[in-house]
Ligand binder design. Sequence first.
Ligand SMILES: Cc1ncc(COP(=O)(O)O)c(C=O)c1O
Length: 416
Amino acid sequence: MPDASTQLLASRLASVKPSPSMAAKALVDALRAAGRTIVDFTIGEPDFPTPPHIVAAGVQALSSGQTRYTGSAGIAPLRQAIAAKLARENGLAFTPEQVVVGTGAKHVIYNALAATLNEGDEVIVPAPYWVSYPDMVALHGGKPVIVTSDERTGFKLVPEALERAITPRTRWLVLNSPNNPTGAVYSAAELQALGQVLLRHPHVWLMTDEIYEHFVYGGAQHVSLVALVPELASRSLVVNGMSKAYAMTGWRIGYGAGPLPLVKAMTLLLSQSTSCAAAMCQAAAVAALQGPQECIADTRLLYAQRRDRMVELLARIPGIRCAPPDGAFYVFASVAGLIGATTPAGAKLTNDVDAMMYFSQVAGVATIDGTSYGLPAHLRLSFATPIAQIEAGCAALSGAVQALTLSHSNEEPSHA
Ligand SMILES: Cc1ncc(COP(=O)(O)O)c(C=O)c1O
């Protein structure tokens, strides 16, 4: 007989998996609790503290009594600062009324889906994807339509694949550039081409998740598709937040900008759920957007150095293959060359999850399997960690790979 707690749970929860990054964190914690030294490449947040002038603004907000509810869509100074930022940095024309503040970008995406999806509506999610998109779609009765790409297109959605995926039930395309987990950054020309497909299908809305916009390397540049194809603005939601750019993951401030009816619907949901984002965090976000921006350039430089070092060291390991990512702070490496190998304990690595477990348990290096991001035979390695950790971790990975007995097929790594 099902117990009472099972009966309590909503049936739509059955389609939702726990976040793999949270599961990876739990594994790291468990190994550390067992006394192991672990190099953690699972980290999905900046390893820097929030810049002091932003912290000071939060403290000042607290001591000056900004400790009450705010309007559900956010305080006016923050909505104004966001509209000004979108105009200044992204060439996007939104009024402050078209901006809604949420408790992190994740919450903004959640609310947008909650506000727009009916049972069976389809949402196109290009894979590899940020783990939360498909589950959030499913949680709201939608059907995630996964369109998989691989290294042959630089892990990017191509126009033909988008065209094929669109049906009369398509409600949204969710586009994330720079991308988590691959670091792919769409060029202006690539975005234009996707925009042209969307123009042919006026019932499809566009959600652009631009949370890693500042972390681009080499010649890569972040451009917002809505700025490139302004005709899409009347059916687009631009999502961004403070977490990555300003090392503010714990402050939980994200935002969306889009057409008024959508923003109003999302605000209505906020009014009946969280009421508003925390007042003092909103004040800190104003300081972040209006204050000095050098902190972003400084961290970008550090990430670029870490990226180069990680890619250089991984390239020396047989069976692991990766290109330098153009953005975000992740390397998405193929481990196809290790599948089928035998561990010193006699076990076979049958897939990327086995490889991930082998590396965490034998090398003491925690990574996240590509399967969790919709593309097996890969691992995601975060370089939001100091160079010394990157060097120690890659040395341990190298040792663990040397200890493997590679199967015949490992000699010619296949394309995953
Ligand atoms: C692609 C992507 N979008 C959104 C988020 C959520 O960010 P926030 O902390 O603002 O909720 C993350 C966090 O890892 C992310 O990787």
